[in-house]
Design a protein around this ligand. Structure first.
Ligand code: 13P
Length: 283
């Protein structure tokens, strides 16, 4: 169908579904995600985080992601996840990404606002959208430093969203990137307060390992974009291990490719169903 903007997808959800944003690291993962979207007639966000670019240089994978979105029969936005540097953000925009995240959460509020505004200015010159972050989501996305959880403050969220004029805001409500070492305590109370105070669509990071009930609780209370990364990597790795176990010495390179596509597709489909995305593509 088409490469679409993040804001276009986030304008759609009510409190019965959220848009899944699926991290990919190669063509196989992108292809698996597209197959899931087409199978379920669901819109989708394809994304890659700056912390993973060591494995997948953006100038190589970025054009593949954009081409994949254009090839998909469903609406797909292509997004840079956790952009930290202007250089990477500009490269994503040059590749044709329809949105970028600037993660200024490690800076004091004023500096986060100021840097996010610069990103908004640049992105708007490309006609692209921006996601910002306030508070601190736990864990680490790829090569980035491990962060402790710092639950988002409502007044700070409002200031960043309104002063920087972002299209989406990632909030810290107790989730963390990667597999959980202990059961997360989700601050749905805080999510409700943020949602009541802001018009900006809210984003949940650290989706891997949350329960169906957790996701539903979040999307009912203002979350409109949900990020899933580790679960797709793990599902693909599991399929590869199974192919190795089944084929042994007969394993061919393309068995590995197929396993990655299959693993990502199954994981994306599973999450799309939980997020209520099935049949939600507006064509
Ligand atoms: P998980 O790896 O925990 O799914 O987190 C994904 C994410 O939030 C990407 O920014």
């Amino acid at each position: 169908m088409a490469l679409v903007k993040l804001s276009e997808l986030l304008a759609q959800p009510d409190d019965t579904y959220a848009i899944g944003a699926f991290n990919v690291s190669d063509m196989e993962m992108a292809w698996g995600a597209i197959q899931a979207a087409e199978e379920l007639r669901a819109p989708m966000i394809l994304q890659i985080a700056e912390g993973r670019l060591r494995y997948s240089p953006l100038d190589l994978l970025g054009p593949v992601m954009v081409a994949a979105a254009k090839k998909c029969k469903m609406p797909v936005a292509v997004h840079l996840d956790h952009g930290n540097t202007m250089e990477t953000i500009k490269l994503a925009l040059d590749c044709g990404f329809t949105s970028v995240m600037f993660d200024g959460s490690r800076y004091p509020l004023e500096e986060n606002i100021c840097r996010t505004k610069e990103v908004v200015k640049l992105a708007k010159s490309y006609g692209a959208d921006v996601e910002a972050e306030i508070g601190s989501i736990g864990g680490a996305e790829g090569d980035m430093a491990e962060a402790d959880i710092a639950v988002t403050d409502v007044a700070e969220a409002k200031r960043l969203a309104e002063e920087a004029g972002v299209d989406a805001l990632a909030v810290a409500i107790g989730t963390a990137h990667g597999n959980y070492k202990k059961k997360p305590h989700l601050r749905i109370d805080r999510l409700k307060e943020i949602h009541a105070a802001l018009m900006t669509p809210l984003v949940l990071h650290g989706g891997t390992g949350l329960t169906e009930e957790d996701f539903k609780n979040c999307l009912r209370n203002g979350i409109q974009k949900i990020n899933i990364a580790t679960a797709s990597y793990d599902a693909s790795a599991r399929e590869v291990k199974q192919a190795v176990a089944e084929k042994g010495n007969e394993l061919k390179y393309f068995d590995v490719s197929d396993a990655i596509v299959r693993g990502t597709c199954a994981n994306v489909e599973r999450h799309m169903k939980i997020f209520g995305m099935e049949g939600k593509a507006r064509l």
